[in-house]
Write a protein that binds this ligand. Structure first.
Ligand SMILES: CC(C)(COP(=O)(O)OP(=O)(O)OC[C@H]1O[C@@H](n2cnc3c(N)ncnc32)[C@H](O)[C@@H]1OP(=O)(O)O)[C@@H](O)C(=O)NCCC(=O)NCCS
Length: 286
């Protein structure tokens, strides 16, 4: 998990020098990213890049080793994700965000990424534009409660579902998210079965945010979303705008749009199918 460090010289502006390097285990990264705007839940999300052999947390630190920003990386081999990239408000507009972005791209490319992906906030977009990312499409977070009762055709996931989940996931995302699946101690979620095989799943992870919901088509997607009535309410679900069925189902149930983020990529397009993604932001990070 070692990564080289980069030093940004600010002597011209009489600023402390900022170094980008992997976080040490005793550093208060969660507090820094909370203060950078991600809120206290970020502590739980950091569990994956911290514990996975295919993840890393990079920090921006001043000469006195004070953290001023950070970013998370999740490598899936040919693809990789950047998440939770933030800089403390008092240290913004000095190039630290751009430096973190370059370091994260480098870290992922060194592990084989041809394409680096992320979901950008409005604040992040100009930084990523300048760093060579192109915009793909928006996704919207919806908040609300699905109507019950859970429909038939749904069942709890079983340990034997792992291969089917991985296959369905790869067909929809165009990525091999095996590193995340391998870190899951148990498959917590629901499966939708049709003709004796899995046509969709919901999956909770220990790292919060989600659940991830992948479904072959609208029928499976709607059944799975309805089944989420079994979860604590209200729920936040993030769905690509290109999944018109997903947005229609949630708005029809009275879910309210909360915010949007833009999927951006650095490198060639990844053949994914947003119409089969009914819940993002879990399987690191999109
Ligand atoms: C997005 C974010 C990480 C950017 O961090 P940052 O350190 O301010 O980023 P940079 O300094 O590289 O770039 C920001 C702006 O400062 C400008 N800038 C960079 N160096 C500068 C300098 N030396 N002097 C003056 N301006 C400078 C850049 O041109 C850029 O301007 P623009 O946005 O108008 O194009 C930060 O605003 C943040 O943490 N936001 C909240 C969390 C968030 O939304 N993160 C993105 C998640 S996808």
């Amino acid at each position: 998990m070692a990564a080289g460090s980069t030093v940004l010289p600010f002597s011209r502006r009489r600023e402390p020098r900022v170094e980008i390097r992997p976080a040490r285990s005793d550093e208060p990264v969660a507090r820094t990213l909370d203060e950078a705007g991600f809120g206290p839940h970020v502590a739980r999300l950091l569990g994956y890049p911290r514990d996975s052999p295919d993840g890393e947390i990079l920090v921006a630190a001043t000469g006195r080793s004070r953290l001023v920003g950070g970013a998370c990386c999740a490598s899936f081999g040919a693809t990789g994700w950047i998440g939770a990239l933030g800089v403390l408000p008092r240290m913004r507009r000095r190039g630290v965000g751009e430096l973190l972005t370059h370091a994260a791209v480098e870290w992922l490319e060194a592990r084989g990424a041809r394409t680096v992906l992320l979901y950008a906030t409005e604040m992040g977009r100009p930084v990523y534009d300048r760093s060579g990312f192109v915009t793909e499409a928006p996704a919207r977070a919806w908040r609300g409660t699905p109507p019950g009762p859970p429909p038939s055709g749904l069942r709890r996931l079983r340990p034997t579902d792992r291969d089917a989940i991985r296959e369905l996931d790869a067909a929809c995302t165009g990525e091999t998210r095996r590193p995340v699946f391998d870190m899951l101690p148990a498959l917590l979620g629901l499966g939708f079965e049709r003709d004796g095989r899995l046509a969709g799943y919901t999956l909770n992870t220990p790292w919060g945010a989600g659940p991830a919901v992948i479904a072959e088509d609208e029928e499976a997607g709607e059944a799975l979303l309805r089944g989420l009535v079994l979860e604590a309410q209200p729920l936040t679900l993030t769905v690509p705008d290109d999944n018109e069925a997903g947005a229609r189902i949630l708005s029809g149930w009275g879910f309210q749009p909360v915010n949007t983020a833009l999927r951006m990529r650095h490198g060639p397009p990844v053949g994914h199918d947003p119409t089969r993604m009914f819940g993002l932001f879990n399987l690191f990070w999109g």
